[in-house]
Design a protein around this ligand. Sequence first.
Ligand code: 5GP
Ligand code: ZN
Length: 114
Amino acid sequence: MENCIFCKIIKREIPSTIVYEDEKVLAFNDIQPVAPIHVLIVPKQHIESVKKLTEKNASILMDIHLAANKIAEKLGISDKGYRLINNCGPDAGQTVLHLHYHLLGGKDLGPKII
Ligand code: 5GP
Ligand code: ZN
């Protein structure tokens, strides 16, 4: 998708620090981290948000969760744990309209998500 920041990162048109890649998923460090580990996990296929998931494309969620599992293992936070967050739509503060999950960890994140 033209003018999509994450599509440009996927195509290597914008630099990023990539921490994981497979056939369907790319994961890279957030440019403005809010935790010691703050990785964005995105599908290589442009899907705008959770709202645009259908029975045809929703299997990407499995790929994203399996990627999260591997990334946490690779970054050494698998045992301590981590938080996976998705923002969908304006009230949730979604700023990039390409489906993404925030993987946060590396410290005690507290009991609440807001
Ligand atoms: P949202 O608020 O849409 O859930 O999250 C978008 C995230 O993308 C934000 O945490 C923001 O810091 C990150 N972000 C925006 N532009 C870039 C970029 O060009 N590179 C990287 N690595 N992260 C970005
Ligand atoms: Zn995109």
